[in-house]
Write a protein of this length. Structure first.
Length: 212
């Protein structure tokens, strides 16, 4: 089995983004002494990265999913944290993909994709927005976001994974990341059965009441 190697250009790009994020965050913390304000550059760098390199934005999206709960818990379930992956990752990825297609003058074609059924599903979902049984339009828009916002990922993946080698690369990346939360889960189970419940639940803070 061949190891996954990254192009030097990609490595330099990722390192540049990381250095920019650390530099700006550290500078803000030195002046404000507030860690919450310190994280402001992170979404800005994410937006820039995901828009400029939408392919890498998809890697960021896959990497963020296993640890999304940590971000939400650390922010006390703030609305921005809950929508972080949508606002700071996926939306810039979508816009970056469209922008790259326009610049390269490539057609928005997806051979073999069930485009017509997907369009019908989207229209049906939009029609339900005017369902008189809806409590309010806000609930309807939340439904639109849940049902429709992630559909473009299908078409992006159609262009992103264009070979068996690329599929294996993405699969290895995803499985490799999954090992981290899996190990954390195993450690939690061990702590629980060894009688360290207080230590285990203290990690979750106020969320421990829910887990109990």
């Amino acid at each position: 089995m061949h190891a996954v190697t990254l192009p030097k250009e990609s490595i330099k790009f990722i390192l540049s983004c990381s250095i920019l994020t650390i530099t700006f965050s550290s500078g803000i913390y030195l002046f404000t002494k507030n860690w919450q304000i310190m994280v402001i550059p992170i979404p800005l760098i994410l937006i820039w990265l995901c828009y400029y390199r939408w392919e890498w934005g998809l890697y960021v999206f896959l990497a963020f999913i296993p640890f999304e709960g940590i971000v939400i818990m650390a922010s006390s379930s703030s609305k921005i944290a809950v929508l972080a992956e949508d606002l700071f990752i996926l939306l810039p990825v979508y816009l970056g993909f469209i922008h790259s297609r326009i610049i390269t003058k490539k057609r928005f074609s997806f051979p073999g994709s069930p485009v017509v059924p997907i369009i019908c599903f989207m229209m049906l979902t939009l029609i339900h927005l005017f369902n008189p049984n809806l409590i309010n339009f806000k609930m309807g828009f939340i439904g639109l976001k849940v049902w429709l916002f992630y559909i473009p990922l299908y078409f992006l993946a159609h262009n992103w994974i264009d070979s068996k080698q690329k599929l294996l690369k993405v699969a290895k990346f995803t499985v490799g990341l999954a090992i981290i939360p899996a190990i954390i889960g195993i450690i939690q189970v061990i702590l629980y059965h060894l009688g360290f419940k207080e230590i285990l639940y203290s990690i979750y803070g106020t969320y421990s009441n829910i887990s109990i």
